[in-house]
Every structure is written in structure tokens, then in C-alpha cells.
Design a protein around this ligand. Structure first.
Ligand code: XMP
Length: 317
């Protein structure tokens, strides 16, 4: 039978043997998968692992600095690269979701390749690919339909010529978390909701500007903090805020306002392939809505998404 401790022992031994004295580069995302993959590799090869954490400017509020600190505390050999402006410049005026993904994927490759190129004689590229990513990317590339091109699978630039290591390729998310716990990774980090590679770009419908990113970060922050404070965070698979390309009429004092609408999304799921919206308490939704409208300038209306997947997807883009 499969156990996390046996998996760790076997994988660390395999990685040691496979990699030997070579250098490995890995892109950390702040998510569970890349963190667990990095920790396994760190156990196997220590400082031969070079981690790169890129700020694409589309992360959650304060996430880049707080997660980078956490990685350093874990002893990982990690370099933080703030490329926010590079990404936002490339995304200027782009509204199409698939185009956003492509641009972000390519920008990531540009930055990552630059950084990896500075590491002398690197041989391997490690990725935190898990089983559902493998499956979904097969269906994306299949003849049936284009669902969404998940850029973290298969999007390697030819010129990097690195060999790929994917220690989590056969695991589901819950197994990844158990493996992480086995290696004493902080429970708060392991319990983090999944977050898409393109980040807030696919939660801003329409074109992306620095102001919109800031706005959706603030809204998301209120929502996520409240989920934690109300002890609801761990009951939810994934949650976030979506900025709609719509303005609606409101009133403030004697004035009519015409401001942004945000949607809140919280789902239950086991693997992200199907999902149900979460029956969050009305009192909680009331608190979150009031806080957002009072605190976040430019938003006068909050709605809650009550669609399940299928036919809706988790993200709106
Ligand atoms: P959907 O919206 O397809 O999302 O129901 C399923 C899961 O995948 C995440 N997601 C992505 N992750 N790149 C990623 O790395 C992407 O382009 C992407 N699109 C969706 C989504 O957040 C959810 O966890």
C-alpha cells in the first residue's frame, strides 16, 4: 500500500541516484506542488537545487515577500525575482483569456530562462506537475476541444535543453499534501488553496492594469482573511475574487455612484476536475460584502457565484 513515508524514502533515493552531482533548477510558485517538489529535491541533493521564485505581479496581496521569507526559513536555496512590470507591460490591452495565458507563460519562460542561464552547468529542470495536470494537459492537446492551456505542463523552451524531473507526476493533490506533512512542511503552507499559474490575470475579466490588480488583491485579501478568521478556510478547496468588466449603479449619501462589481467564488472539490460552490453562512457573506464595500474603493457591489463545475469552471476565464 502507498504511504507518504515510503513515497518520500523511495523518491529521495531515486532522485539522489538519478541526479548524482548535477545541478537542478526549479521554479517555485508559492503553491503546495512546487513547494513539496522542492522539499523532496532539497532532501535528496541539498544545495545542488536552485529555486527561482518569480513575482509576475499577479500574485495575492503581499504574497511574494511573505512566501519568499518562508522558503528561506525552510533552508531552500531560493532566489526571488520581481518581474511585475515585465509581465504587466506585456499584458497591456489584452482581454482574451487564452492570450493572457500564453503571454504569461512566455514571459515566465523569458524570466526563468534568464535566471537559469546564470546558473553554471545546470542539467535538470524540476517541476511540481501532479497527476491531474498531466491528464488535463492531454485533453487540452487532444482533438476534441481546447479547454485551457495549463502553461505549467509541457511548455518548455527548446533552447533550455534541460532534462525534466517531475517527482509528483503520479500523485493527486491530497497525496501531495500528505507527502508534504511527512516532511514537516508548515501546515499553513500545505493547506493553501490551489492558485492558478496565470494568477489574478484570469480573475480580471477584460484587460489588465496595475490598478485592477491592486483592487482585486484587496478584495481577495478581505475574503481570504475572513475565511481564516471564521475558521472556514480549511473547509474550502479554493476561493478567490473575480473583477467583472461591469459597472453598476449604487448610491452613496445623496449621490449615485457607478462602480465595479466583484464576484466571490468558493468551491469544494477533491481534484479540481469537478467542483461545487460552498454553502457559506449568510452572516459570513454579509460581513465580507460589507467589509469589501467599505474598505475597497471603487467597488459598490458584491455577488456570490453559485455555479458548479461542470458546466461552469472554477475560474471565470
Ligand atoms: P478550472 O477553471 O479549469 O480550474 O475549473 C481548475 C483548476 O485549475 C486551475 N487553473 C489553472 N492553473 N494555469 C494553472 O496553473 C491555468 O491556466 C489554470 N486555469 C485554471 C484553477 O485555479 C483550478 O484550481
Amino acid at each position: 500500500t502507498w504511504t507518504p513515508s515510503a513515497f518520500v524514502d523511495m523518491t529521495v533515493a531515486d532522485l539522489k541516484e538519478k541526479i548524482g552531482n548535477d545541478k537542478v533548477v526549479l521554479g517555485l510558485s508559492g503553491g503546495v506542488d512546487s513547494t513539496v517538489a522542492a522539499t523532496l529535491l532539497h532532501k535528496a541533493i541539498g544545495k545542488q537545487l536552485y529555486c527561482i521564485f518569480v513575482n509576475n505581479g499577479l500574485l495575492r496581496k503581499d504574497e511574494f515577500t511573505s512566501v519568499l521569507d518562508q522558503y528561506k526559513h525552510m533552508g531552500l536555496n531560493v532566489k526571488g525575482v520581481d518581474a511585475s512590470t515585465y509581465f504587466l507591460d506585456k499584458l497591456e490591452g489584452i482581454s482574451d483569456p487564452e492570450q493572457k495565458r500564453k503571454i504569461i507563460g512566455n514571459a515566465f519562460i523569458d524570466i526563468f530562462d534568464d535566471e537559469a542561464g546564470q546558473i553554471k552547468d545546470v542539467v535538470y529542470l524540476a517541476q511540481g506537475t501532479i497527476y491531474p495536470d498531466v491528464i488535463e494537459s492531454i485533453s487540452v492537446n487532444g482533438p476534441s476541444a481546447t479547454i485551457k492551456s495549463h502553461h505549467n505542463v509541457g511548455g518548455l523552451p527548446d533552447f533550455m535543453k534541460l532534462k525534466v524531473v517531475e517527482p509528483l507526476r503520479m500523485l493527486f493533490k491530497d497525496e501531495v499534501r500528505r507527502v508534504g506533512a511527512e516532511m514537516n512542511i508548515d501546515a499553513k503552507l500545505l493547506g493553501r488553496h490551489p492558485f492558478p499559474g496565470p494568477g489574478l490575470a484570469i480573475r480580471i475579466l477584460g484587460d489588465i492594469t496595475a490598478e485592477k490588480v491592486k483592487l482585486v488583491q484587496e478584495v481577495d485579501h478581505v475574503f481570504i482573511q475572513a475565511l481564516r478568521e471564521w475558521k472556514l478556510y480549511d473547509k474550502v478547496w479554493q476561493a478567490g475574487a473575480i473583477l467583472l468588466p461591469v459597472e453598476s449603479v449604487g448610491v452613496m449619501g445623496d449621490e449615485r455612484t457607478y462602480e465595479k462589481v466583484v464576484a466571490l467564488r468558493a468551491v469544494e472539490s477533491t481534484d479540481g476536475m469537478t467542483a461545487d460552490w460552498v454553502d457559506l453562512p449568510y452572516k459570513f457573506l454579509q460581513y465580507v460584502s460589507n467589509t469589501i464595500i467599505n474598505k475597497v474603493k471603487g467597488v459598490n457591489r458584491v455577488v456570490y457565484d453559485i455555479s458548479s463545475k461542470p458546466p461552469a469552471t472554477i475560474e471565470w476565464e
